[in-house]
Unconditional design. Structure first.
Length: 389
């Protein structure tokens, strides 16, 4: 069993932003595996594990976790610099559900025993997690979820189905939202449960997406027995715990970097297609570029709030809407100018940077995950504009 080892890294929060940015840039350029730069799709564990382990050895795997628990202890503004530099270089996401979702939740709500058991296993790559929230009839209305866990002595018996679990075939653990009280108000009867994927009664079925990629899974639970000690936090309080951790996700999903990357690829594609100077294209491009500048400015105002130690207000939902819809408009334009290349599953001329259809497909789910754009608009209507719910 691993033990929690406090970080021995320098205190990067005391560095200037420029110094820290230069350090990240240097580290990435010297260590990131070239063969997985700018991957056209979400990588599986077998592909991204080498980078995960490089980060693990460096002590950079968990930027937001406290240093005494093996994290980098970075403040939000420094975390954003890290993300920006990774995105600039084309660094792939790892299997990061343990790092960005479960870890912070355990740190805040887990027992000492749970922290000792699970945090080091995330840091060492021994436990690979996936997220089991959505169900076939519970996505936006997640609180209506029906997978239930019934207490039998010191064991919960779980029955039900989860779906859209990203990289579920790679995971050896899953964190679930389960119904533990059918009679309570729907948000109040939900608990947070940790389940090893090799428990008898679990069936994992890959779902192949439009990109022919088995990125998702559906997971079935048939009388799955889980120790009661695997509940995190109080029984029936799982909903408020899961929601409390959404703040940083909203700004993470609103980062302009996806759109900035796509716009640079659009310019490259226009050059390759010989239309960069055509007035109709130049007009479209200028509009997209100005919208990107607007998005960057808005993003900057939220980052500045974080730097001042302030919380994120509900209008941060704007960022996710603007970023995802701009990303889609840029990739729509790629399809319009890409000619026959726009229909190719593979990159043009073997160049990952010229892959209009790949980026177009990557942009589609951005308006769905992390709370659909319609739901983000509902949040703004209700919590910012004071409109009736
Ligand atoms: C790339 C990707 C990765 C994902 N990974 C995971 C994962 O790892 N684990 C997991 O648990 N889930 C995951 N999901 C699922 C994701 O959380 C859900 O798809 C999302 O919450 C939407 O739910 P749904 O698909 O059931 O759509 P629905 O909720 O059925 O929505 C269908 C449509 O109706 C609209 N709609 C619904 N309710 C309202 C309303 N009240 N007002 C206005 N419009 C409304 C929606 O905006 C949408 O357009 C992932 C999804 C994607 C695309």
């Amino acid at each position: 069993m691993n033990a929690i080892t406090p970080s021995t890294l320098p205190d990067y929060n005391s560095w200037s932003d420029d110094e820290f940015r230069a350090e990240v840039r240097r580290f990435v350029e010297q260590n990131y595996p070239a063969e997985i730069r700018n991957p056209p799709k979400r990588l599986h564990w077998s592909e991204n594990k080498p980078w995960y382990m490089i980060l693990s050895r460096k002590g950079w795997l968990c930027p937001s976790w406290p240093r005494e628990l093996g994290g980098m202890g970075l403040d939000p503004a420094k975390q954003i610099i890290l993300i920006e530099e990774y995105e600039r270089y084309g660094v792939a996401r790892t299997n990061d559900h343990g790092i960005i979702m479960l870890g912070p939740l355990l740190i805040r709500y887990g027992t000492e025993e749970q922290k000792q058991k699970f945090l080091p296993a995330i840091l060492s790559g021994e436990h690979v997690w996936c997220q089991g929230y959505s169900e076939p009839n519970s996505g936006s209305d997640l609180a209506s979820l029906r997978t239930e866990a019934v207490l039998d002595g010191d064991t919960y018996i779980v029955n039900g189905q989860k779906t859209w679990c990203t990289l579920g075939t790679d995971a050896n653990w899953i964190f679930l939202l389960v119904r533990t009280d059918k009679n309570a108000k729907k948000q109040e009867g939900i608990s947070f449960l940790l389940v090893p994927m090799d428990t008898p009664g679990i069936t994992v079925r890959p779902i192949v997406n439009i990109d022919r990629h088995d990125e998702f899974t559906e997971v079935f639970f048939d009388n799955v027995r889980v120790p009661a000690g695997n509940i995190v936090g109080e029984v029936n309080k799982g909903w408020s715990m899961a929601k409390a951790l959404l703040g940083f996700e909203r700004i993470f999903l609103g980062s302009p970097k996806q759109s900035a990357y796509a716009l640079a690829r659009l310019a490259q594609l226009a050059d390759r297609m010989g239309i960069a100077e055509e007035p109709a294209f130049a007009d479209d491009f200028a509009r997209l570029r100005l919208d990107l500048e607007d998005l960057k400015a808005l993003y900057g105002t939220f980052v500045a709030r974080l730097k001042r130690g302030e919380g994120l207000p509900p209008d941060v939902s704007m960022l996710k809407i603007l970023q995802s819809e701009l990303f889609q408009r840029i990739t729509d334009t790629m399809l319009e100018i890409g000619g026959e290349n726009a229909g190719l599953f593979e990159p043009m001329e073997g160049n990952n940077e010229l892959h209009p259809a790949g980026l177009f497909i990557q942009a589609r789910p951005t308006t769905i995950y992390g709370g659909t754009n319609e739901i983000q608009r509902n949040i703004i209507a209700k919590n910012v504009l004071d409109m009736p719910g």
